[in-house]
Write a new protein. Structure first.
Length: 143
């Protein structure tokens, strides 16, 4: 797990050097916007539903990212503190919970979105967005 974690950190650092984005903002962009946005892409791909109402909910993660951009370092630090807390307040625990939250959960979510019956996709997307926002609310209010 440590090797995977270090490889992801190195990839993020390379992207940061290339784009000029600070590490914490790239992290927020990927985990708060890009990953949740891809959930909707999967829902759309499978159902071909894309009305204004649903499109507005796809933009929720972007709105969240924009709202946190001015305090992005504090937002990032709160999430790191939450992961550190859940990892038993050890570096090894932090690495493990980061891999679970940042790699394993997204892979399972993607698999679920491809395998769940179509009639539940839109509802599942909204549940995922709600849980995602609940995580951030918990991390920000607690840390």
């Amino acid at each position: 797990m440590t090797d995977l974690f270090n490889a992801i950190v190195e990839l993020f650092n390379t992207i940061c050097r290339t784009t000029g984005l600070p590490y914490h903002e790239l992290n927020i962009l990927i985990f708060c916007f890009l990953i949740p946005a891809t959930w909707w892409v999967i829902v759309w791909f499978r159902t071909r539903i894309l009305t204004g109402f649903e499109l507005s909910h796809m933009v929720l993660p972007l709105y969240h990212y924009v709202q946190t951009a001015q305090s992005s370092e504090g937002f990032y630090n709160a999430n790191v503190a939450a992961l550190f807390y859940l990892g038993g307040s050890t570096n090894d625990g932090y690495i493990k919970i980061s891999i679970v939250a940042g790699v394993i959960f997204p892979v399972l979510i993607y698999l679920g979105l491809f395998l769940i019956p179509k009639r539940w996709l839109v509802q599942s997307y909204f549940v995922l967005i709600f849980l995602n926002m609940a995580w951030f609310a918990w991390a920000l209010s607690r840390f």
